[in-house]
Design a protein around this ligand. Sequence first.
Ligand code: VJV
Ligand code: CA
Ligand code: ZN
Length: 395
Amino acid sequence: ANGIERPRDYVVSFHYNAKVEEHHFGRSHPMKPWRLQLTKQLILSYGLEYAMDMYKTRMATSDELALFHDREYLDFLAEVTPTNLLEKEKAAGKFNFGGESNDCPAFDGMWDYARLYSGASIHAAERLVNGQSDIAINWSGGLHHAGKSRASGFCYLNDIVLAILHLLKVHQRVLYIDIDVHHGDGVQDAFHSTDRVLTLSYHKYAGNDFFPGTGGVDENGPAEPDNPGARYSLNVPLEDGIDDEQYEWLFEMITGPVIEQYNPGAIVLQCGADSLGGDRLGKFNLNIRTHGFCVEFVKKTGRPLLLVGGGGYTPRNVARAWCHETALCVGADLIDELPMHVPYRQAFEGEANGDGKLYPSLHNNGVNRHVNRNNNAELKKLVAKVLTNLRYWKG
Ligand code: VJV
Ligand code: CA
Ligand code: ZN
């Protein structure tokens, strides 16, 4: 040893194709793929690429996508353009495109964009399956709303479902955890009739007043007789304004027993950053270290781990959170002052943008703080309700 190298505790791999950054959902659409460029620049500025295996990933092929998605839907995605969308009115309606909601626009390059983020998740899962990585990261993935033949909530292809299908080739049980502020409905639905995938989503829940409207605490998988998947969907519905202390407590109280009792062979963690304070769509009050606490907690269980991104609509904070979480994976402590040479450093400077720090308070002295509508007594009851399901598990 030359005295500089040190043994790394986990083999971490990073799966990415920078072409995803170039895509645009359209003017003022909240989903901004260039947040991934900001994320990667922070990661490179801190030198984290030297502590990971860096892979440039390829697009997923139609055959790979057809493991979950309908061929007819895939053909539609491949053909639809901003100009021919109107002619395809019938198919568009069927596949939840266009309409008055502009959540899933048919933008130029959409098919490439969706195949790129899916290819990265599939490749990341393959690395875990082969035992080449302990932790595999794809910040461009995590598009948890897409269905078998349906686009939804900024998601066209469900890279998470595709990755889990690969993990199931070698693992009897896969645990899916979702800390995006939205309910992970697409993943939950895909596996609602199997006990080999347990889905656990933490999210804001307000019925029809918050997208996608599902994810109540009693939604635990179809209770039809003989459905092996019943009780294997867990939901933790939350109110606006949840704070760091409450979230960490909840996450530990629920995720801890779930991992212990379910004993998964691999874990997929969707790290949607719209659960941070100051997000454009989410209304939680979480700071970056609390978001990262979830990653650290799951990492410490020592199981093969796939980390994917997801939502996150205040790009500078998305980049901060995912950079911090990349560092947690490789076991690095990062200094709070952002490196001087980070490109677009202005995006992180000034009082409103976090003063050039990696870990600014996302509460901004109360300016961005949302009223906390969660009370501890209710949260206690919620934990008890969620954990009731575990008593019905066999084995
Ligand atoms: O709430 C909805 C659906 C509507 C119809 C569409 N209008 C614009 C908003 C209300 C009922 N959709 C949500 C979808 C959230 C998806 C979250 C995805 C993830 O984070 O979980 C994973 C990546 C929603 N909230 C906000 C918007 N849509 C929104 C969409 C826009 C927009 C502003 C807000 C689309 C285009 C433009 N502005 C220009
Ligand atoms: Ca969630
Ligand atoms: Zn979200």
